[in-house]
Ligand binder design. Structure first.
Ligand code: FAD
Length: 476
């Protein structure tokens, strides 16, 4: 069912994927501007398709422009050099691809506050934004929509969830308790949404203001020098083409070469390539989760268990994280935990800890646990800790800090500082799951953890070759 504020369908996009933030009305001429936020790609992008559909349906048919606003210092969600370098290098490729398709790309270095002035200058008939559930992005969008409502009241503003297979607001109208409750809802409507994308139609030629030529080398150098120095990574190249290579490459593509190992190997940190390694691309929107899911389904015969497990992570777990951040304003603090979890954590907040480490000791991997230190160093050096180790890593932070609030804030700080896929709903939910029992159940009560699920070194030793993992990280 489309939401009450869905627009009349003039585009190939499912009506419930689109929300009307401001109906506008009077304006029928002028370009459509797509304000690209989280979905930094041209292919398989419902927001761009919607913008193109609106432009084609206006009379006379109008062109489309893309705008990207760099959030000014301290940068969006505290991005460091590592994340900013990836973002900007990805945008450089995107801008070149856009130019090749005669799509003007406006980079707004002054941030979201420049969006209203741009649409005014271009005489836009509509603004289309994509969707993120995270606070600063929502606040920036609200501020822009507020200004446009006042100053350009006849221009429509739409928002499209181009990130989730099932749009967050269509999957569920409320905060979901667990993957089980969410899975039921999403599975029921999946076939309605998990469809092949249409081609981006031919667009009207752009004859308006030309975007300023960006000197990308200078820009990247300047922004990266202003940012805190967490070095960039080189094992993962940004951009849509690189993302597709990781998904479908003929040499080492996840679905073409590695998928068979996913079912049995994904919880073994000594086998990092059993995982898809798609998270940087999904985070920056260089690839669409829907494309990954469509391609995985086509290859289900290769390894049904692996494909099903991958789809569970890619759709259910990932979109459950968006559900949490969308409906829970306190998605990154203890206040966002369920009542039972807050209570049990507070009951045990004063329990004696065997070790207490400062944030600096943790950051520098100076604990007495070589396995934990290895996971921390994997994140620092590689920018991507193995998924299984992330759980152990965060739970140990609960054990080794003075209380759950500090644990959560240290875990989020380190996660977002070093992970290339950090600053993502998955990260907030991953930390909340590990430390605050989010989307989990209560377990046997024990010191410090209360009823929160516990993990320890001995358990890891039973599951995988701990020494081999430590050695692997040493060699990074
Ligand atoms: P794959 O196993 O190949 O998964 C494919 C995709 O499915 C991932 O890219 C991701 O988008 C999604 N996915 C996988 N596992 C989860 C999960 N548990 N929850 C939600 N979605 C999932 N993921 C991030 O993207 N950014 C983070 O900052 C982040 N921080 C985390 C912190 C903690 C403490 C925990 C427990 C988990 C965190 N995760 C985070 C979730 C998960 O560990 C990573 O998505 C995964 O390891 C990324 O590697 P991959 O793409 O090779 O994974």
């Amino acid at each position: 069912m489309p939401p009450a504020n869905a627009p009349a369908s003039s585009t190939p996009v499912h009506a419930s994927r689109v929300r009307v933030l401001h109906p506008g009305g009077g304006r029928t001429t002028g370009p459509v501007v797509y304000w690209m936020l989280r979905d930094q790609r041209l292919a398989d992008n419902w927001a761009l398709l919607h913008a193109a559909g609106l432009a084609a349906a206006s009379a006379p048919a109008a062109p489309v422009a893309i705008a990207f606003a760099l959030f000014p210092r301290p940068f969006l969600l505290g991005a460091r050099r590592r994340q900013l370098g990836f973002l900007l290098r990805g945008l450089r490729r995107l801008a070149a691809d856009a130019r090749a398709r005669s799509l003007p790309f406006f980079l707004l270095e002054g941030g979201p506050a420049e969006v209203p002035a741009l649409v005014r200058r271009l005489g836009a008939s509509a603004l289309v934004a994509d969707f993120s559930p995270l606070r600063p992005v929502r606040e920036a969008l609200e501020a822009v929509v507020g200004e446009l409502r006042r100053d350009v009241a006849d221009m429509a503003v739409h928002q499209v969830d181009a990130h989730n297979v099932v749009p967050v607001w269509a999957a569920s109208g409320k905060l979901e308790y667990s993957a089980k409750t969410f899975r039921g809802k999403v599975s029921k409507v999946m076939d309605e949404y998990l469809l092949e994308y249409p081609e981006l139609p031919a667009l009207m030629p752009w004859d308006g203001e030309q975007p300023v030529d960006v000197d990308w080398d200078t820009l990247i150098y300047r922004i990266c020098s202003e940012a805190e120095n967490v070095p960039e990574i080189d094992w993962c190249k940004p951009g849509e083409a690189a993302a597709m290579e990781v998904l479908l490459g003929s040499k080492d593509g996840f679905l073409t070469k590695r998928i068979k190992n996913y079912d049995m190997g994904r919880n073994d940190p000594t086998k990092p390539r059993a995982l898809s390694c798609l998270s940087p691309y999904l985070h920056f929107g260089h690839i669409s989760a829907q494309r990954c899911a469509l391609e995985a389904k086509k290859r289900r015969h290769l390894s049904p268990k692996s494909v099903d497990a991958f789809l569970e992570e890619l759709i259910i777990r990932k979109e459950l994280a968006d559900n949490f951040c969308y409906y829970q304003p306190h998605y990154d603090s203890l206040a966002g935990a369920w009542e039972w979890a807050r209570k049990t954590l507070m009951d045990h907040a004063a329990d004696k800890r065997e070790h207490i480490y400062t944030r600096e000791q943790l950051e520098n991997a100076k604990t007495s646990d070589p396995l934990w230190n290895a996971s921390q160093l994997e994140m620092v050096h590689l920018g991507k800790m193995h998924g299984f180790m992330r759980m152990y890593w965060a739970k140990k932070i609960l054990e080794w800090t003075s209380g759950p609030e500090e644990a959560l804030s240290v875990a989020i700080y380190l996660n977002d500082k070093y992970h290339i896929d950090g600053r993502d709903p998955n990260g907030y939910v991953g930390c909340m799951w590990s430390i605050c029992g989010l989307h989990d159940q209560g377990w046997k009560e024990r010191p410090v953890f209360g009823k929160i699920r516990y993990m320890n070194y001995a358990g890891c030793k039973r599951k995988f070759d701990v020494d081999a993992y430590i050695l692997y990280v040493k060699r990074l």
